[in-house]
Design a protein around this ligand. Structure first.
Ligand SMILES: C[S@@+](CC[C@H](N)C(=O)[O-])C[C@H]1O[C@@H](n2cnc3c(N)ncnc32)[C@H](O)[C@@H]1O
Length: 387
């Protein structure tokens, strides 16, 4: 990530626009689905809100989020169940905060919406928010946090862990893994120990072996952060990805954490909608994500790889396998992979409602299956598939 701008507003790079497009697509789904499903308030926090608008007039993340909320509510009509949508925007810089205020003013009086603006640091502000909205961090209220800092500082792991305490919490974080690597490399001069201990919530980062180049080291830090989310914060699903220009080196690491598998599905769908000038990689190896997976040959190759890695000769639960596919592969639909494996006679039987069923040629409703019993090997693909 390049040096943070000093102006009140700055130009939106293509990365920025793509990031915002993902946020918009995801929030449209988040508000629409949960607004129809819960009879509580909904809570949204943008911890690094910015000025509300970019230099060239593009809308910033707060405006995008407010519009997504209003549109979802209007579209749902009578089906809308949620009470108040509470939206909190935190911005430290005074001038940017002033700009943000003016850009959100017209939304302040909309029915069903309560907007709160805070001119302060995100982490201490969150402690207050937690006190004010206890429900959101115990169980019942849907909560989504968008954290988009400049660089590494300002997002203590402790705060992220607190945010993810409930089953209905989700965090979408721009993680500056490249910046973490630079600070680690700079050592004492950059106060690396304090900065990274705060970001990771412990010294786990110092246990990693870093023989690689800066890029691979950054990916290792991203993987370690993801591990922390799972182990120290108890998050069920995490999805890291690197967003890179087709032609360039510059990249963003985005990390999504949720306790709900549907959240993960929707986030991947949101990514797929974004500009095709971007390449998504898996955030671990840097291998490209191929979202255009309707190609039969690509699907067949991937299904074979996943079969060998995760399935061959094993009995797996559908839920586990689906979670693995969503978190570790570019695919959004587990059924696609399972149908490809089934087509090559890789599945002996499945259980449905506790009963074992032989797998024949008939389609299977995978969502209804409990266990899937895999054969040791796949039959060869249809002739010509890999030609
Ligand atoms: C990357 S920009 C956010 C852009 C915004 N999310 C958007 O997409 O429109 C980061 C913002 O965080 C603000 N900031 C920096 N440190 C902060 C902190 N500790 N707490 C809250 N805001 C902070 C900066 O002034 C800057 O406006």
């Amino acid at each position: 990530m390049s040096a943070p701008p000093s102006d009140t507003r700055w130009e939106a790079t293509e990365h920025t626009l793509a990031k915002i497009a993902i946020l918009r697509a995801y929030l449209q789904a988040w508000f629409a689905i949960l607004g129809r499903a819960v009879a509580t308030d909904m809570l949204y926090i943008d911890g690094f809100a910015g000025p509300g608008i970019y230099q060239d007039g593009q809308e910033g993340s707060p405006v995008i989020a407010v519009k997504a909320a209003c549109e979802a509510r209007a579209r749902a009509g009578e089906e809308w169940k949620a009470k108040i949508i509470r939206m909190i925007f935190v911005e430290l810089d005074k001038k940017r905060f002033g700009s943000l205020q003016s850009h959100l003013k017209k939304f302040e009086t909309l029915p069903g919406l309560k907007i709160q603006l805070v001119n302060d640091e995100f982490a201490p502000t969150f402690s207050t928010v937690k006190q004010q909205h206890k429900d959101a961090f115990i169980s019942s209220m849907p909560f989504f946090a968008f954290l988009d800092p400049f660089g590494v500082k300002g997002v203590p792991f402790q705060t992220v862990r607190d945010m993810l305490a409930s089953q209905r919490s989700e965090v979408f974080l721009l993680l500056d893994a490249d910046g973490m690597e630079r600070i680690r490399k700079a050592g004492v001069a950059a106060g690396h120990q304090r900065v990274l201990d705060t970001a990771f919530g412990s010294a786990v980062w110092s246990e990693i072996s870093f023989p690689g180049d800066a890029k691979s080291n950054a990916r290792k830090l991203l993987a370690a952060y993801r591990q922390q989310l799972r182990q120290a914060a108890g998050v069920k699903f995490t999805f890291p990805f690197e967003m890179r220009r087709n032609n360039g080196v510059a990249s963003y690491h985005l990390l999504f954490a949720t306790n709900h598998i549907k959240g993960l599905e929707k986030m991947k769908e949101a990514m797929q909608k974004v500009d095709k000038n971007f390449i998504f990689t898996d955030g671990k190896t840097g291998q490209n994500f191929m979202f255009a997976t309707d190609e039969p040959a690509v699907l067949a190759r991937d299904a074979e790889d996943y079969f060998n890695m995760q399935c061959s000769g094993r009995e797996r639960s559908y839920d586990d396998l689906k979670a693995w596919i969503l978190q570790e592969t570019p695919y959004t639909r587990a059924e696609k992979i399972l149908n490809a494996i089934k087509g090559r006679k890789g599945i002996a039987s499945v259980t449905i409602g506790g009963k074992v069923m032989e797998v024949g040629n008939k389609p299977i409703q995978w969502e209804q299956t409990g266990k899937i019993i895999f054969r040791d090997q796949l039959q060869p693909p249809e002739k010509g598939l890999f030609e």
